[in-house]
Write a protein of this length. Structure first.
Length: 347
């Protein structure tokens, strides 16, 4: 049996409470050892055995900890990852990995020098709808893909009193939701030729970019990625058009809402999509239209943490190699450049 990986979480906000602590606690490969809360003791209500520390420095100075989860505000990711690696820790960092390619390259080199795992929490590779789409493409259900559209829609007119709504370096919807959508597109179709983007502040009084429309261009197809905070009426979350037909999926993977509602990753209903939200596969067979409801695969973020444990204990590749995220950052950099210059930026 593997020695449990003693793990510290750098913050107990939404990310720590919903996306990390439940999985570390439920996975036999890990021990949830420490959580950083600057003034509260909320984590102890659910995890009475956990050690509460008051600063990130206290967290990384704990010699018992092997793994640090950097889930603090985006502007801290580079500095905190660097400090954790220097302290000899393995690191999971929330997306966005960093803000610039140069920052990412420095951290990747440092992790290699220290012999430590560095991986980015791109959890939406394990969304059920996305895994369903990957399976369909692997089975060539749609033929050659000519168009892919994906997006996150929200309706939130009020501006919350959080760091995510305050003007700061690269804070906004592009670096908040963009990494998910760009990562999924790259997983499916590889590196694009170019990027065209429109990035806007749409809500009254918004300090941050709260809408983006990013087009990734390929030789024979186009990818369109959209996210906004003033999108009330539901639109399809995924649309694929190919030479054999189309696939359309509404709704969003249920895992986040299930976890927010208190469901544990070990629950039998965890990760299961509602039947009424299954996608529609519409094909043309010799001029005849066929329609099929496609059951969504079970989403499972647990698979990410299983892969992290194997990487640390058995030196396998991490679930998300940080070098993959350099392309994501390059594309987001190009999106800002495209918006500023109103042109396609080739990469």
């Amino acid at each position: 049996m593997m020695t449990k990986i003693k793990t510290g979480i750098a913050s107990y906000g939404l990310s720590g409470r919903v996306f990390h602590a439940p999985f570390i606690h439920a996975n036999e490969a890990f021990e949830l050892t420490a959580i950083c809360e600057r003034s509260n003791n909320e984590a102890r209500k659910t995890y009475p055995q956990v050690k509460i520390v008051r600063s990130f420095d206290d967290l990384i100075s704990d010699t018992l900890l092997e793994l640090i989860i950097v889930n603090t505000p985006d502007v801290t990711h580079f500095d905190y990852c660097r400090a954790a690696l220097i302290a000899g820790k393995h690191v999971i960092v929330e997306k966005p990995f960093v803000f610039t390619v140069a920052e990412g390259e420095e951290l990747i080199q440092l992790a290699a020098e220290k012999g430590r795992m560095l991986t980015v929490f791109q959890n939406r590779r394990w969304d059920g709808d996305f895994m369903t789409i990957r399976k369909m493409l692997n089975e060539n259900k749609l033929g050659r893909i000519v168009e892919f559209r994906a997006g996150f829609q929200r309706f939130r007119t009020l501006i919350a009193d959080t760091w995510k709504e305050r003007n700061d370096r690269f804070v906004g919807i592009v670096y908040n939701l963009g990494p998910h959508l760009v990562d999924q597109a790259i997983c499916l179709f590889g590196k694009p030729r170019g990027v065209f983007a429109q990035i806007k502040k749409q809500r009254d009084g918004s300090q941050i970019d709260d809408f983006f429309h990013i087009v990734l261009t390929y030789n024979y197809m186009q990818v369109t990625l959209t996210a906004g905070m003033l999108m009330k009426e539901p639109i399809a979350s995924f649309v694929l058009h190919g030479t054999k037909g189309s696939f359309v999926k509404y709704g969003i993977d249920p895992q986040e809402d299930q976890l927010k509602g208190g469901m544990l990753p070990t629950d039998t209903a965890y990760g299961l999509d509602l039947p009424e939200m299954y996608g529609a596969l519409v094909l043309d067979e010799n001029g005849n239209t066929t329609r099929e409801t496609v059951k969504t695969l079970r989403g499972d973020y647990k698979l990410y943490f299983d892969a992290v444990a194997n990487s640390i204990r058995h030196q396998t590749e991490p679930p998300i190699a940080p070098v993959e995220n350099l392309l994501i950052i390059r594309i987001l950099e190009a999106a800002y450049q495209s918006n500023d210059e109103n042109r396609v930026v080739f990469i």
